[in-house]
Design a protein around this ligand. Structure first.
Ligand SMILES: [Zn+2]
Length: 124
């Protein structure tokens, strides 16, 4: 059984892995930062924030000496799963920390409930 965590990320409760919910690729251990298993693309913010007018140098891009754009992609299908603005050289952030043990317990109870429901019984 897979549990949706974000728009693009699931956790497979059997394998205990982060998975892409677009292609099913198993990205990394669910107890770790999913970004460790993703493709990372560091970009100059000026590549994304274009100039305001065609012949102008003015734009709204952060200073590239102080800020980098970090794009995080699924290695299986190339879907962008996250974007961060970080200072150059900053380690990747860990934005989601899952209590895997609690998540497993929660869904064990859910599975038990579903079994009882199919038999017409109720759980208290
Ligand atoms: Zn994918």
């Amino acid at each position: 059984m897979k549990v949706r965590i974000t728009e693009y990320l699931d956790i497979n409760l059997q394998t205990k892995k982060w998975c892409c919910n677009r292609c099913g690729y198993e990205i990394f251990d669910a107890g770790e930062n999913y970004k460790k298993g993703c493709l990372i693309y560091e970009r100059d913010p000026r590549e994304v924030h274009n100039t305001v007018l065609p012949e102008s140098e003015f734009n709204f891009a952060p200073d590239p000496d102080w800020c980098r754009l970090i794009e995080i992609y699924c290695p299986g299908c190339g879907t962008m799963v996250e974007v961060e603005y970080l200072p150059p050289g900053h380690p990747l952030t860990e934005d989601i920390v899952i209590d895997l043990e609690q998540l497993l317990k929660k869904y064990e109870k859910y599975e038990e409930y579903k079994k009882h429901e199919k038999r017409g019984g109720r759980m208290v």
